[in-house]
Design a protein around this ligand. Structure first.
Ligand code: SAH
Ligand code: F3S
Length: 433
């Protein structure tokens, strides 16, 4: 009987890749069949996120549900960032859990399942040069980690405490992984790291890498079978001219840039320890739009960081209107343990926080409503990657817009020109031309 694996992945793209890594490692020993039904699983993995408080609370109620309905012999493992930060406490609050594996310890999954109880949440453990097994959930798109950890220590962010110090993956490993993935059909390479454009600053041996991020992008673009390159997340501080130049001029680099703003107020950015000012951000974004006129810019914004005044919030709104982001991910500030911001007492009350979030999101929706009709009759190159439940096929434009079309599923894995017939805020509908 083939064993069945239920795996739930929360949070960012790095977690998605960590889940793939765990599946690959498990498969080295014996094949596991993925199941969407936890009740029939022999192994239940929850790959957690701890960036905001909500998912952490959900974790324990979820474990309770799994314990109630799972097969008697099934093991439960909690992995990822919440595992790193809560560690032993997970066993105390949920004694049925068999193992706890931190975000930097996922390569130990086979050891973990072989024991009755197992805990490893060491954030200094270095998996940067570990050659994980091969597994990809999407054959058309290859996620590749180019660095682990983060050295930035933004005041609000728990990630450096769950993923440890920033270490770049050796370029030889990245290039061979990209080549293998592309040759097996993944036309798109998606590079992952907390600060991708700081790539090469420090390898596991303490030395600087041979390539910086711009050079790494150029190297990957030389692989014939690679047609598209994406990456997340770059940091606005490291968006130097060399980087913008390579981004704008290399046709294989998708014209979608994530510029996590967090706040438009220079004073708040300073307390957040972001390392740039309102003016720097605006200048970089404007230069990017000039150099790469078809770019789509996405961003992350936190409202109601401690001490955020009406004036600070107005600065954030001003940047929104100036840059006119194609996409925003916006959050109310959530105090996280271990972070320096958690010590701050000048909290913005929740009512104001909710009101600001709504103003921001409404404004963004209005901006999108102005932008979206302009896509009608435009022709985009779309890489079809996914069959939708309604029978349509979906793909992405270089700008990372989702396009759906009523076309044959034979087009999955193909890049085609699509004329937009019905543009909507989140999905552009069109026809292959
Ligand atoms: N560099 C990382 C950032 C990880 S966290 C990356 O690769 O995306 C993702 C986003 O969550 C951040 O950009 C920030 O906007 C948001 N975030 C992080 N900590 C937060 C907190 N304490 N409260 C609210 N939002 C937070
Ligand atoms: Fe977090 Fe800032 Fe690093 S948001 S992941 S500490 S760049």
């Amino acid at each position: 009987m083939v064993k069945k694996l239920f795996i739930e992945t929360l949070g960012c793209a790095m977690n998605v890749r960590d889940s793939e890594h765990m599946i690959a490692e498990l498969n080295r020993e014996e094949p596991y069949l993925l199941t969407k039904d936890a009740k029939e699983a022999d192994l239940i993995l929850i790959n957690t996120c701890s960036v905001r408080e909500k998912p952490v609370n959900k974790l324990f109620s979820e474990i309770g549900q799994f314990v109630k309905h799972k097969k008697k012999s099934a093991k439960i493992g909690v992995c990822g960032c919440t595992a790193s930060h809560l560690g032993e406490e997970i066993f105390k609050r949920a004694p049925e859990v068999n193992f706890v594996l931190g975000a930097r310890n996922v390569s130990k999954i086979r050891e973990a399942i072989s024991k009755e109880k197992f805990l490893d949440v060491n954030i200094n453990y270095d998996e940067s040069a570990y050659a994980f097994g091969e597994f990809r959930q999407n054959p058309h798109k290859a996620y590749i980690n180019i660095s682990i950890g983060c050295d930035k220590k933004c005041a609000f962010c728990i990630v450096p405490h769950t993923r440890g110090e920033e270490i770049s993956v050796p370029h030889e490993l990245i290039l061979s992984e990209a080549e293998r993935a592309a040759k097996s059909g993944a036309k798109e390479i998606f590079l992952l790291g907390q600060n991708v454009n700081n790539y090469g600053r420090r390898l596991s041996n303490g030395k600087k890498g041979e390539f910086n991020f711009s050079q790494l992008l150029t190297q990957i673009s030389k692989i014939n079978e690679v047609k598209r390159i994406r990456f997340t997340s770059p940091h606005p501080l490291h968006m130097d001219d060399e980087f913008l130049e390579v981004f704008a001029s290399n046709p294989k680099i998708c014209k979608s840039m994530h510029m996590p703003l967090q706040s438009g107020s220079t004073a708040i950015l300073k307390t957040m320890r972001r390392g740039y000012t309102k003016e720097w951000f605006l200048e970089r974004a404007q230069k990017l739009r000039r150099m790469s006129p078809d770019v789509a810019i996405s961003t992350d914004i936190i409202v109601a960081f401690p001490g955020e005044s009406e004036k600070d919030f107005a600065d954030t709104m001003e940047i929104m209107e100036e840059v006119r982001f194609e996409q925003i991910f916006s959050f109310k500030y959530s105090a996280r343990p271990l972070t320096t911001a958690a010590q701050m007492t000048n909290m913005v009350d929740d009512k104001t926080a909710s009101a600001r979030l709504k103003i921001l999101q409404d404004k963004h929706a209005a901006i999108l409503d102005e932008m979206t009709p302009n896509y009608k009759d435009k022709i985009f190159e779309v890489y079809f990657e996914e069959l939708r439940e309604n029978g349509m096929i979906a793909g992405r434009t270089s700008q990372n817009f989702t396009v759906c079309a009523e076309e044959s599923e034979k087009l999955l894995g193909e890049i085609k020109n699509v004329k937009i017939t019905r543009p909507q805020r989140l999905i552009l509908y069109g026809q292959v031309v």
